[in-house]
Ligand binder design. Structure first.
Ligand code: F6P
Length: 363
């Protein structure tokens, strides 16, 4: 029986538990044994009780739970070869040669590196007498399959990452709440949302709540954005609007890559637009709570596909990442998706914002 491990890694996101549930149950359905690896790569490196065989019932109730019930961690040890050597030993000891990882691009890149090093790691374990040749022989190849769990929706080649729609819903609820108090007092609110290098949450929240102005990293505002923002807002006020909402992505910056901070926007709104202004930072509220229906569905369909991908894999197949493109669950080469994601970051770094937007549009 094949033994397939599943783990969550990097920042948690709503829907990760649904992915774990689907992977475990599909693995069992296909006649394999499922293992949960607790606390991300930390568990893989530590082994022992951190890697446990799980049955159908062990994931009951996972679908509607937020966060990740099997834990996640940022593991420095796995970044070092020695950590990966320990991880390989633990996998062989448990009889596992396939891993499904739900995490962000960093976690998935680490996994692919592990796969590339796998034969060398096993040989080293034999050479240093930690394992015997007989022990490693059945496990020549390591299969890695990625599922993208991130509220930021920041991976290229997929329309949605697991968690992004839950987070967007949470942001919209929060902005709606702010709206009522803002309208009562005719105030302006500057709302900071997450998204590191990706403006998807800010952009979609702006569209979904009818914000007056947004700031996103991929498309910084014009050089005289201060005047532009104030004139747009004054125009809206002149049309009878009693509230003002400005959404700032946490990674927002101007054309020279100087950060645009909510406090700075607030000061401008007070001084230049004469508005009574407050700042609301939504923080980790955006990442917590129960998953939206879309994320439960996405996680389930992608978890099922991940097991199919493990079972279809040949030594030549590059590690896939499971994506959603135009409402279809598809596999894409993991490294290509990561490389395209990095290209966006590079375009921003090089101040080539047209290219950054072009790459995001192409997704
Ligand atoms: O999950 C991604 C993300 O939400 C980013 O948008 C944010 O910058 C980051 O996580 C914060 O994560 P942490 O507080 O876990 O370092």
């Amino acid at each position: 029986k094949r033994r397939i491990g599943v783990m969550t890694s990097g920042g948690d996101s709503p829907g990760m538990n649904g992915a774990v549930r689907a992977v475990v149950r599909m693995a069992i359905h296909k006649g394999c044994e499922a293992y949960c690896i607790y606390e991300g790569y930390d568990g893989l490196v530590k082994g022992g009780d951190m890697i446990k065989a799980v049955g159908w019932e062990d994931v009951r109730g996972f679908l509607s739970e937020g966060g990740t019930l099997i834990g996640t961690a940022r593991c420095m040890e796995f970044m070092q070869r020695n950590g990966r050597l320990k991880a390989a030993k633990n996998m062989i000891t448990k009889g596992m040669d396939a891993l499904v990882i739900c995490g962000g691009d960093g976690s998935l890149t680490g996994a692919d590196k592990f796969r590339a090093e796998w034969p060398g790691l096993l040989q080293e374990l034999v050479d240093t007498k930690q394992l015997t040749q007989e022990q490693i022989t059945p496990f020549k190849h390591l299969n890695i399959v990625g599922l993208v769990g991130s509220i930021d929706n920041d991976l290229s080649m997929t329309d949605a990452t697991i968690g992004c729609y839950s987070s967007l819903a949470r942001i919209c609820e929060a902005v709606d709440s702010v709206d009522t108090t803002a309208t009562s007092h005719q105030r302006a609110f500057v709302i900071e949302v997450m998204g590191r290098h990706c403006g998807w949450l800010a952009l979609m929240a702006g569209v979904s709540t009818g914000a007056d102005f947004i700031f996103i990293p991929e498309s910084p505002p014009s050089e005289n954005w201060q005047d532009e923002m104030c004139s747009v807002i004054k125009k809206h006020r002149a049309m009878g609007k009693r509230k003002t909402i400005v959404i700032v992505a946490e990674g927002a910056h101007d054309q020279d890559l100087n950060p645009i901070k909510p406090s700075q926007v607030k000061d401008l709104l007070i001084k230049k637009a004469g508005l009574d202004t407050r700042v609301t930072t939504l923080g980790h509220v955006q990442r917590g709570g129960t998953p939206a229906a879309y994320d439960r569905m996405l996680a389930t369909l992608q978890g099922v596909e991940a097991i199919k991908a493990v079972l279809d894999a040949t030594p030549e197949t590059p590690s896939p990442v499971i994506c959603m493109i135009e409402n279809k669950i598809v596999r894409r080469p993991l490294l290509e998706a990561v490389a395209q994601t990095k290209e966006v970051a590079k375009a921003i770094e090089n101040k080539d914002f047209a290219r950054a937007m072009e790459l995001r549009d192409a997704e």
